[in-house]
Write a protein that binds this ligand. Sequence first.
Ligand code: MN
Length: 321
Amino acid sequence: MRLPETEIGKIGNLIEKSHRILIFSHKSPDGDTLGSATALFQAFKNMGKEPALACVDIPPPVYNFIPNIRAFQQTVEALDYDAYFIVDSGAYYMTDFHTALPAVFDKSLETVNIDHHRSNELFGKHNLVVPDAPSTTMILAELFKTLGIPVDRSMATSLLTGIYTDTGSFMHSNTTPETYRMAAELLRRGANLRQISKEIFNTTPISTLRLWGMVLKNITQTNDNVTMSVVSQKDFERAGADPSEMSGVIDYVNSVPGAKYSVILTEQGEKVKASLRTLRDDVDVAQIASQYGGGGHIKAAGFSIAGKLEKEIRWKVVDTK
Ligand SMILES: [Mn+2]
């Protein structure tokens, strides 16, 4: 993993001269976007600056252990900051602030886009996009090192959370020797591994277990060896669960031996969201997702289309218009 030097220099200068800095996480936030944003927040606080955090959605309770997580605001009053950081967001619409705050995405402000999605649209004035990084927090850990910004205990926990969640606890193929080395360094700096593993991997609310039960019950295999499952709006209601509780179940669906890839279709309002995963080296799910206007990584991607799920002999997506 190499950081582009000229971009690093510019971002370093921007940090130096900025005092009030707003950091955006993406909608439906995960451990990586929340870990990235809170690590930056703490770094800026330690430097005597005035950072703020924004995310359209309230972070799911499972991430309550992340330092600074309660500082997230769901609305932004005015664009009167010196700099804006957008983390772990592959496209301008991922923060869901593009309608309310279009100026953040037209390069007229001092915006920094830090991300590891191959499909990143480079919407920032500055773009630190490293597609082979396993997580955005990994890019930030490197950035802090390069710029000589000290990583304290709280930042270490935030950064390790992103590495943990985006590598599926060091099990996904994006895990490299460098990932382990960085994790070791973050542990040395006091990252709270026990809390991360307990809260994220060993805590499952009953509503989540009920929801996963429905996902597993609905599994089918297509003729061309794709493992598929679906969750309807009704399933969420029956389980008393919300869409954020889907996180993790795809790894079970994606464990069928020899499957080409797996996909879970989730009905969310007037949209159907698809999550794709593969364990095969000859399949690129980012490319499949891009055919439907989505994107992501080679082994983990997704897209979303307007429509509802309707059960026939097989599940299919129908247009509601
Ligand atoms: Mn990520």
